[in-house]
Design a protein around this ligand. Structure first.
Ligand code: ADP
Ligand code: MG
Length: 463
């Protein structure tokens, strides 16, 4: 005979009691994220069965709170000897359709949140940056037509092409899109090399350290088209500037195309050698300004279409009205809105949209600090910050440690050496490795990407 110790209608009460005990032992964000929507389904033969809203929560709770939950149920019902976890609804007849739905939802989320980060190792280009998806309006028309001219006259029309503009306004998209287009049009014959100026600097440092200056020179001078992103970071780096000056000249003399982006015009880059400044000014300089409302609306619509998602036009209108200076931010908000809509399975209303927009815009206004990032990650994983940045190779600490490094890079654009020293005085290669590893897994692992989204939301909750 099966022994049901607690009547079904008492299950809720038992669980409520257990939860109130659990609640005081875990952090608030963890509780509301993981446990608030849980249910006790049955408690038979000494075994409790707990339902969680999705497989992500299930895995998380199972791995982190198993003992705690068993303990708190036992303190109320001492007959309980074990706890099992299931995804809510997975035991009913609806199992199959639900699984399908979940799988589809996961896939949608994955597509939404992390578009491919595939980079062609030969060129450094990401195929996601495509000029066909680059929207042209008056704010970027000049830069775009200069880009077209260069594509049609590689190395001979505007050399260098120097594109500048604020954060998130499409510089990287445009110059990488040029690289991809040039590759395609030439059937892959024209050699394109895309690097950030930070990568260039790291290559120079590496070459000096390993006495391989010739290799680096060769690698850069072999390119038919050299694209350097965010050149402003070369400011103050004398050795790299010196090397870049020679690379520039070597390429330019051979009519190889140079394409540069920067967040400001050459004249405004601090601690940039005059000889470089004048080289940069010697070709075509084109700026990208801020998009007007119509362009923002069109961009938002196109982005949704690309993601195969749709939002009410009033919602899109609100986004286009509120976010004026950063296309990346528009995308970020759209992702959140669509994510919300999928999760709650109903169209967004205006007040919710307002709320989500202001969360994002306020957040980016108050820029996070490294210490906030560390606190958010250690709080989320419930490990101490000391252990997290410490030496232990225990899995419990390694994942949060790597996520920390990843987020310092993602959110604060910190340099690898800075990240490495902030997270336990490590070597910068460790930070590079951690960043790549997480960036890579995030793409394949929707659960990890959910965790990271949640941590990001936590960042600004800390002082
Ligand atoms: P920047 O390099 O200037 O900081 P990005 O090129 O990274 O900006 O652009 C930020 C985001 O906005 C990218 O996802 C990019 O695809 C998108 N984006 C920017 N400008 C446009 C545009 N004109 N059309 C479509 N998408 C754009
Ligand atoms: Mg960029």
């Amino acid at each position: 005979m099966e022994k049901q110790l607690v009547e079904p209608n008492n299950l809720d009460e038992l669980w409520r009691a257990a939860l109130s005990e659990i609640e005081i032992q875990v952090s608030k964000p963890s509780f509301s994220t993981w446990l608030r929507n849980s249910k006790l389904l049955e408690n038979r033969n000494g075994s409790a069965l707990i339902a969680l809203p999705n497989s992500f929560a299930k895995e998380w709770v199972e791995s982190k709170y198993h003992k705690l939950i068993l303990g708190s149920i036992r303190s109320i019902d001492s007959e309980t000897k074990s706890v099992e976890f299931v995804v809510e609804g997975s035991l009913s007849q609806k199992t199959i359709s639900r699984r399908h739905r979940e799988a589809r939802q996961q896939q949608e989320e994955r597509q939404l949140v992390f578009q491919e980060m595939r980079v062609d190792p030969a060129t450094g280009l990401n195929p996601r940056y495509n000029l066909n998806t680059f929207i042209v309006a008056s704010f970027n028309e000049l830069a775009h037509s200069a880009a077209q001219a260069v594509i049609e006259n590689v190395g001979s029309k505007y050399n260098p092409l120097f594109i500048y503009g604020g954060v998130g306004l499409g510089k990287t998209h445009l110059i990488q899109g040029m690289g991809n287009e040039i590759r395609t049009l030439s059937g892959g014959k024209v050699g394109v090399k895309y690097v950030t100026s930070e990568k260039f600097t790291n290559d120079v440092i590496w070459a000096i350290k390993n006495r391989r200056a010739e290799d680096i020179k060769k690698a850069y001078r072999e390119a038919d088209v050299l694209i350097i992103d965010d050149i402003q970071f070369l400011g103050g780096k004398e050795t790299s500037q010196e090397e870049f000056f020679h690379t520039f000249n070597a390429l330019h003399e051979n009519n190889k195309q140079i394409i540069i982006s920067s967040d400001r015009p050459p004249s405004a880059i601090p601690r940039l050698e005059d000889r470089l400044r004048s080289r940069f000014e010697g070709g075509m300089i084109a700026d990208i300004s801020y998009p007007e409302y119509e362009a923002r609306f069109a961009i938002a619509k196109t982005k949704l279409q690309e993601k195969g998602a749709s939002l009410d036009d009033r919602v899109v209108d609100l986004v286009a009205k509120r976010v004026q200076k950063n296309i990346r931010e528009i995308e970020g908000i759209l992702n959140k809105l669509v994510f919300h809509q999928i999760t709650y399975k109903r169209p967004l209303d205006i007040p919710t949209t307002e709320k989500i927009i202001s969360e994002v815009t306020n957040r980016s206004a108050s820029r996070a600090t490294p210490s906030q990032v560390l606190k958010a990650v250690s709080g989320f994983y419930e490990v101490s910050a000391v252990d997290m940045v410490g030496r232990s190779r225990n899995k419990e600490f390694v994942e949060p440690r790597q996520i920390c490094m990843y987020l310092l890079r993602e959110l604060l654009s910190m340099s690898y050496p800075d990240i490495a020293s902030r997270v336990g005085k490590r070597d910068h290669t460790t930070a590079i490795y951690a960043y790549k590893k997480i960036a890579d897994s995030v793409e394949k692992n929707p659960e990890l990407s959910r965790k990271i989204l949640l941590i990001k939301e936590d960042v600004n909750k800390f002082e």
